[in-house]
Design a protein around this ligand. Structure first.
Ligand code: GDP
Length: 304
């Protein structure tokens, strides 16, 4: 499928050769292909529509410079706009580099992990701990507020050990808010730089879950509230993202399972719906399978 798309785009690029400008006429076919590619990559329809409108706006009437054909110029506009939509741009519209975790807080800097069950929160918590230890030389404590699944608490203990971080014990008979207070207190007393708080997920959005994580947010005052979402979720990622965005002031997104066979269209949708920057991509089940998200690199994958 991906190859077919590239073939189609290059055919249109060829057809547009010899034309000096990008016009309504010669752009329509190509935008149709781009639209199809984005839908195939599972980008939500309203996000696709917005995107196509922006590309059209930017491309129309653009004089084609140098040895570029209008087709090549248009591919350039599409790629740049894709990267700008998924990444962060400065005032001049230029793409900024990938964003790492913000730790600008009185230590311990608290990072709250939010997302549905199975999204990859616990795995990502440990991967982030590893990242902060190896790349940022931080002293990291993790804690689980998932009192509904004892296995989840144990899982965090195991992966935290793999990360080389310290794990703060919690038990299913405790209230998540009490766990949060105790972990914060411990982190302060023992001079941790970062406290990573894993939270309970549910299979679907529910009000009790949102209320609980809002309470945790109020108690912990995190410097980062990260929404963890499975890139394979495709269209469903939009509704999940909306619900979490309404409940919490999200500061970043982690897209997990990017090593799967999805084209990663969720990146566009989730970024558009939350307005929060995509900070990391999960690329394997292993402890070091976390990469700082690079919008430019990801743009090529989405288009196929
Ligand atoms: P949680 O319920 O949100 O805490 O999700 P988990 O951290 O338990 O992850 C659910 C499953 O997804 C586990 O089997 C993880 O190993 C797997 N997983 C998480 N992140 C990734 C990733 O980036 N790539 C792959 N291939 N698997 C992942």
């Amino acid at each position: 499928m991906a190859n077919a798309l590239t073939d189609k785009l290059s055919r249109i690029v060829k057809e547009m050769r010899g034309q000096a400008r990008i016009t309504e006429g010669n752009v329509a076919d190509m935008l149709r292909e781009v639209r199809m590619a984005l839908l195939e990559a599972d980008v939500a329809l309203p996000v696709v529509r917005d995107f196509i409108a922006r590309v059209k706006d930017k491309a129309l009437g653009q004089a084609v410079v140098g040895s570029l054909t209008p087709g090549q110029a248009l591919v350039g506009v599409v790629n740049r706009e894709l990267a700008a939509t998924m990444g962060e741009v400065d005032e001049s519209g230029a793409l900024k580099g990938p964003a790492d975790i913000n730790l600008a807080a009185q230590p311990p800097a608290v990072i709250l992990m939010a997302g549905l069950q199975g999204a990859g929160k616990t795995t990502t918590t440990a991967k982030l701990a590893r990242h902060l230890i190896t790349k940022r030389k931080k002293k990291v404590l993790t804690v689980s507020g998932d009192v509904y699944r004892p296995a989840a608490i144990e899982q965090l203990k195991t992966v935290t050990a793999q990360a080389g971080a310290e794990w703060f014990p919690s038990t299913p008979d405790q209230k998540p808010s009490d766990i949060a207070r105790a972990a914060l207190d411990y982190a302060k007393k023992h001079y941790f730089d970062v406290l990573l708080v894993d939270t309970a997920g549910r299979l679907a959005i529910d009000e009790a879950l949102m209320k609980e994580i809002q309470d945790l947010h109020a108690i912990l005052d995190p410097v980062e509230t990260l929404f963890v979402v499975d890139a394979m979720q495709g269209q469903d990622a939009v509704n999940t993202a909306k619900a979490f965005k309404e409940a919490l002031p999200l500061t970043g997104i982690v897209l997990t399972k990017m090593d799967g066979d999805s084209r990663g269209g969720a990146a566009l949708s989730v970024r558009a719906v939350t307005g929060a920057p995509i900070k990391f991509a999960g690329v394997s089940e292993k402890i070091d399978g976390l990469e700082v998200f690079d919008a430019e690199r990801h743009a090529g994958r989405v288009l196929g």
